[in-house]
Design a protein around this ligand. Structure first.
Ligand code: CA
Length: 240
């Protein structure tokens, strides 16, 4: 199996998508759709295979089923995010909100509930990769280190620190945190956060925002982001 590491300079159509899904009809339909859009696609059919494929391929994005043989999607997500940050879109058939939210807090950037439209999934994959491109274009040039609560966010390295301790944030978590940090006076609605951080608006997206806010509060401190009831969220001033 050849290595298919996609360099930053490749056009979007040269990107590699790893699909981790044990239901063959879903995996092959997804792969066919993604390939028709110009993506290089690899399929893994169980949890350990997904972790191994991620290490081998260094995909640009992972589409990860929640219920998998071997290791479930949550554990796969933890392991691949520990290795290196990579965007993850989670697929779930579960009707349990708790599982969805846990998935997002584990480091998935987004999720889709089965049955889903492959067209919609492809649109989300493309939106996520455009966001990664924007990050690459801006990192190292314009970004200033900013504070959010007691955390410091460096957009050049995309690292967050609390004191001397580095805090691991997923790509989406970093973007979300940095959005608050650069506009400390601004109150963002969930729709605005979806549009600026995720790059699209979806009906189910508000729960996605809420889950990521919870993850950020857990990682950066409960007082890093405040809820503005009836409106949305805003940075909490770090100075008393
Ligand atoms: Ca499954």
């Amino acid at each position: 199996m050849p290595r298919m590491e996609a360099a930053a300079v490749l056009p979007q159509t040269g990107r590699t998508v790893l699909v981790v899904e044990d239901e063959a009809p879903i995996a092959s339909a997804l792969a066919a759709r993604l390939r028709s859009e110009g993506f290089v696609v690899e399929i893994a059919t169980d949890g350990p295979g997904g972790v191994a494929a991620c290490e081998r391929l260094h995909p640009d994005i992972v589409v990860l089923d929640l219920m998998l043989p071997g290791l479930d999607g949550l554990e796969v997500c933890r392991r691949i995010q520990a290795e290196r940050p990579v965007p993850v879109i989670m697929l779930t058939a579960r009707d349990s909100e708790a599982d969805l939210l846990l998935g997002l807090e584990t480091g998935a950037d987004d999720y889709m509930t089965k049955p889903f439209s492959t067209r919609e999934l492809v649109a989300r994959v493309q939106a996520m990769l455009r966001r990664v491109d924007r990050q690459r274009a801006t990192s190292g040039s314009t970004g200033e280190v900013r504070a959010l609560g007691t955390a410091r966010l460096d957009p050049t390295t995309r690292r967050a620190t609390l004191g001397d301790t580095e805090v691991h944030l997923t790509p989406t978590e970093f973007d979300l945190a940095y959005s608050f940090a650069v506009a400390p006076e601004r109150v963002f609605t969930r729709e605005e956060l979806l549009a600026t951080v995720w790059g699209y608006e979806v009906a189910s997206g508000e729960r996605t925002v809420d889950s990521h806010i919870r993850a950020l509060r857990r990682k950066l401190g409960a007082d890093s982001i405040r809820t503005v009831h009836g409106v949305g969220y805003a940075a909490t001033s770090g100075t008393p």
